[in-house]
Design a protein around this ligand. Structure first.
Ligand SMILES: [Zn+2]
Length: 384
């Protein structure tokens, strides 16, 4: 037909023979330039065509219209091995009905958006989009691990309030997700980490964790040069939990007071601080405990050395036994890890953004048949 169309189509080994439009869709009829194929069973060349059944394949849209390619699907007879090899086409994966570049394009767009959205844009069903996404993922590398010095290990619940924890591993320096593990048992997590080469593991200097898992032991084994840092947000959570108990004991039950007491004072406006004062006026114990909570947070905010941080937290603990019995003993148990924070002020603050994004994908991912597909999907969204 016209060489312009071949030039624009830019697919190897084919020529455009026909071009038609039906209901806003463009159909290009292709022919294949080569006479024969190399048999993929025995590597002998054959030109003995056995049959030809054209297939219709979706390609990238042009001029705002969907494009379909009608491609001859040729089956040959191979005299040398007496089999019937089907021709393989460079730009089309076996048994697929979309060109590779079309599937790549869908994949990239799903990473930025959602399957539903891209399905609407392309006029494809959710299952078709999902099929394409999973097809492309198979061709991608399976890990986001890179050399990094600081990582964070955190757990998120797959279903709110129902357990089903997955462990999320992030690169704090890059603010990127590196791994997601379908378990929060330390042996299983350790096993996954050990798959990384020792050169990668040796580079890790700090690992930020919460206080719940048996992580410190795992970390010593897996990352020989790493310090454990207990994430400050988790520590504040424990302190706030005790404060909240005191609030209930003082008979203060409204939601607003709870919010005001547990928030950082610096984040409150003057009106909120006035309201907070009214609440604190109801209980002297609560006021003292509240001030201690804020003191604790201020220790974190101050630029201290590890030694000075240790001293400050020890001082705090000396006064904390009355109101903060549980949190004080938790802090004592993890004292070293908590104070390691002051070394580089490492927090896993980037985690909240990462966790939110994972949860968003989780909500879109109801069609994922198993955890591994879900993991691949999530890792793909965080890979470059
Ligand atoms: Zn053969």
């Amino acid at each position: 037909m016209s060489f312009h169309l071949d030039y624009l189509l830019a697919l190897p080994g084919v020529r455009v023979e026909t071009c038609t439009q039906v209901e806003g869709k463009i159909f290009l009829g292709l022919s294949i330039l080569s006479e024969g194929i190399v048999c993929h069973h025995c590597k002998h060349y054959t030109e003995k065509l056995h049959q030809n059944r054209p297939i219709l394949v979706r390609d990238l849209s042009v001029f705002g219209r969907p494009v379909y390619l009608k491609i001859p699907r040729r089956q040959f007879y191979c005299p040398s091995c007496q089999r019937y090899p089907t021709e393989r086409i460079d730009f089309l994966d076996v048994k697929r009905r979309h060109t590779q570049r079309y599937e790549q394009n869908i994949y990239e767009r799903v990473k930025q958006s959602s399957m539903e959205q891209i399905g609407r844009e392309e006029g494809l069903s959710y299952d078709e989009i999902k099929g394409i996404f999973e097809q492309v993922i198979k061709t991608k590398k399976k890990t986001n691990w890179k050399i990094t010095t600081r990582i964070s290990i955190d757990e998120i619940s797959m279903r709110k309030g129902q357990g089903n924890f997955v462990t999320v591993v992030s690169d704090i320096c890059e603010g990127n997700l590196i791994e997601m593990i379908d378990s929060h048992r330390s042996e299983e997590i350790s096993e996954i980490f050990m798959k990384q080469p020792i050169e990668v593991r040796k580079q890790v200097e700090e690992v930020s964790v919460d206080m719940w898992g048996g992580f410190p032991k795992v970390i010593k084994k897996v990352f020989p040069n790493a310090l454990v840092v207990i994430d400050r947000f988790h520590v504040m959570k424990v302190v706030n939990k005790d404060l909240n108990k005191l609030r209930r004991a003082a008979g203060i039950t409204d939601r607003q007071s709870k919010y005001l007491l547990l928030s950082n004072r610096v984040n409150l406006n003057t009106e909120q601080i006035d309201k907070l004062e009214l609440t604190l006026a109801k209980s002297e114990c609560l006021r003292i405990a509240y001030e201690m909570k804020e003191n604790f947070r201020e220790i974190y905010e101050t630029n201290l050395t590890v030694k000075k941080g240790q001293r400050k937290i020890k001082e705090w603990l000396n006064h904390a036994q009355v109101f903060f019995r549980e949190s004080a003993s938790t802090i004592e148990n993890h004292f070293e890890g908590i104070c390691n924070y002051f070394l580089h002020r490492t927090t896993s603050g980037v985690m909240s953004g990462i966790n939110n994004r994972i949860k968003l994908i989780m909500r879109q991912g109801y069609g994922f048949s198993n955890f591994n597909n879900f993991r691949n999907r999530v890792l793909a969204c965080f890979s470059d």
